[in-house]
Design a protein around this ligand. Sequence first.
Ligand code: CDP
Length: 202
Amino acid sequence: MEFTVAIDGPAAAGKGTISKAVAAHFGFAHLDTGLLYRAVGAKVLDGVEPIEAARNLTPSDLESEALRTSDIAQAASKVAVISEVRAALVAFQRTFAQQDTGAVLDGRDIGTVICPDAAVKLYVTASPECRAERRYLELSAKGHDVTRDGVLADVKARDARDSGRAEAPMRPAEDAILIDTSDMTIEEAVARAIEAIEAVRA
Ligand code: CDP
């Protein structure tokens, strides 16, 4: 039976880790929808026009580890304000959500626009400073040349662009469960998410 979990929230709040853990726990398929926007952003940095890039995206475009840089994150949030770019990515996301195994999609507008009928909606957040510190540690562990201040500026600029845009702005759906991970360990945040899903599945 179709069962969709929508997980939204700002950059580096823990959505990705929670989504992967939830998918593994329940056997759901997982789509990190940010990768779609990152892949379009990466193509734009290579000189492709954004709408054309979004319309011609293929699943193999999502596989590169190189999509995780701060430059591509910024490029992603710039293409994400373009309504034709968002429209070109809707069908892929909705089809993914309809799998028999159940699916978890994480992003900014999953509970509000892509899957407004999702069985469970979570909005995962944390203070900008916590999120920047986590992203700084993650990127520097991977060998990226980043500074704490630079990552904090990136996170704040994207938060402002993502929540201020006219099309599908980042915001919690009215029926979303809020999880603030600022003072939680990752295990606590994952347990909270699993508990919320189990309450609906029972
Ligand atoms: O991993 P992180 O939370 O830093 O970012 P991401 O989820 O990879 O998303 C990168 C950018 O794509 C975001 O800053 C948004 O501008 C955009 N995005 C979006 O507009 N809608 C989504 N469903 C997912 C991402």
